[in-house]
Design a protein around this ligand. Structure first.
Ligand code: ADP
Length: 420
């Protein structure tokens, strides 16, 4: 079964085409700056040379068309016909309280995703554009939505409610939703598998440390708390986001500077975090280099960053009554030996002992705790696209079963789904 995974951002499209018989990636690519003067398009077929293009791409519809054309192109393509694609899985940022699981996209589902636009104003509209473009170009292919918020829907009310008047939740849906759910789900399930099941790894803390970053507490395989909130702004200090701050700072700064709600939003989302603190970059590699040369604010930025992660690890250990495994993933979590080391040193009181030699790895699934460490520490490269493809296969299988039972009940001959 061939599955196309699509991740539409406000001006970008990322995609991967999987052959789910062996979960092999047949092709992947990235289109950026859609709707701007010149968009860039990188298409990487497996076992063939990478193709790069630069030309205007008016909208997501045109972009998706180009992606599909590339997949079936006689030279750079990897399949002969679009009919080979059995399902399209879409990453959708915000599913609000409606979606805890991935779903087959129907008009009702699109309406529900539209209702969440207020909660995910940058991503949800782009996700809908991608879904509609694929529906138009592949009308007979099942489209599946996989929500970034879905995995966190198991959080109990004491973790998802804020200390605001209850009506903020009831009337406006103001609560913690959490993001990066597909990543937290994938790496926690890998950790469970590596440790031999839920009896041995009841309490897992997953640290998704990329440009956007979040931590999740996972008890018996289910998320019980996570650091991002109503929006991805809350929680850890990130590349350009401030993370947790005293909410009174917002009206205070607005009064002092005259910033509008939109301006303060951009201030906290795009100008803060590691970039705002260091004044150098949102990328830890640049900041570490400057810190080595004695740049004071670079040093402070790294200290604030590490402090915020350790604070969450400590609080989630308290929430779950201890911790059995800590997992690092995403750009920094997978690749930064120095930051993993800084974060873990000082966590020995929890029983987490990092092994300096084992920690010398980049982007490889491995255990990095000492052999005798009671708490296991892992590096697990995330694979959100594979989760989306697997969910799509699962939903298609359910559809096929439902079809077959219906046909059997009606005494009708079974309809063949040759592509499954
Ligand atoms: P996102 O998907 O949120 O854009 P990624 O998961 O791709 O982010 O991570 C990108 C970030 O990871 C970079 O901004 C950088 O801070 C960090 N990163 C990647 N590789 C390294 C490395 N070797 N050392 C330190 N930080 C790294």
């Amino acid at each position: 079964m061939i599955v196309l995974v699509i991740n539409c951002g406000s001006s970008s499209i990322k995609y991967q085409l999987f052959d789910m018989r062996n979960e092999a990636v047949l092709a992947k690519g990235l289109m950026e700056r859609i709707g701007m003067d010149k968009a860039s398009f990188i298409h990487q077929p497996a076992h063939k040379d990478r193709v790069t293009l630069s030309r205007p791409i008016n909208d997501h519809g045109v972009g998706i068309r180009m992606v599909l054309d590339s997949l079936v192109d006689p030279t750079i393509g990897v399949i002969e016909s679009l009919n080979e694609i059995a399902a399209v899985g879409h990453r959708v940022l915000h599913g609000g309280m409606k979606f805890s699981d991935s779903v087959l996209i129907t008009p009702d589902v699109i309406e529900a995703i539209e209702e969440c636009v207020e909660l995910g104003p940058l991503h949800n509209p782009a996700n809908i554009l991608g879904i509609k473009a694929c529906e138009k170009l592949m009308p007979d292919v099942p489209q599946i939505a996989v929500f970034d918020t879905g995995f966190h829907q198991t959080m109990p009310p004491h973790a998802y409610l804020y200390g605001l008047p209850y009506e903020a939740f009831e009337k406006y849906g103001v609560r913690r939703y959490g993001f990066h759910g597909t990543s937290h789900r994938y790496v926690s399930q890998r950790a469970l598998a590596l440790m031999g099941g839920v009896e041995k790894a009841r309490r897992i803390i997953t640290c998704h440390l990329g440009n956007g970053a979040s931590v999740a507490a996972i008890l018996n395989g289910c998320c019980v708390d996570t650091s991002m909130g109503l929006t991805p702004l809350e929680g850890l200090v990130m590349g350009t986001r401030c993370g947790d701050i005293d909410p009174a700072i917002i009206p205070f700064l607005m009064k002092k500077t005259g910033m509008s709600p939109e301006e303060i939003d951009a201030y906290m989302n795009k100008k803060s975090g590691l970039l705002g603190l260091s004044g150098i970059s949102n990328d830890v590699r640049d900041i570490e280099e400057a810190a080595l040369q004695g740049h004071n604010r670079a040093n402070i930025a790294l200290e604030v960053y590490v402090h915020s992660i350790r604070k969450y690890i400590g609080s989630y250990a308290a929430t779950m009554g201890g911790v059995d495994a800590i997992v690092f993933t995403a750009g920094l979590g997978e690749n930064s030996i120095s930051m993993r080391s800084r974060i873990c040193h000082g966590l020995e009181f929890l029983g987490a002992y990092i092994d300096t030699n084992k920690n010398s790895v980049y982007g490889k699934e491995t255990e990095i705790s000492t052999d005798s460490s009671p708490v296991k520490i892992f590096v697990i490269p995330t694979n959100e696209e594979l989760v989306i493809a697997r969910d799509s296969v699962g939903i298609c299988a359910k559809l096929q079963n439902a079809d077959q039972s219906q046909n059997a009940a009606l005494g009708a001959p079974r309809r063949a789904h040759s592509s499954l």
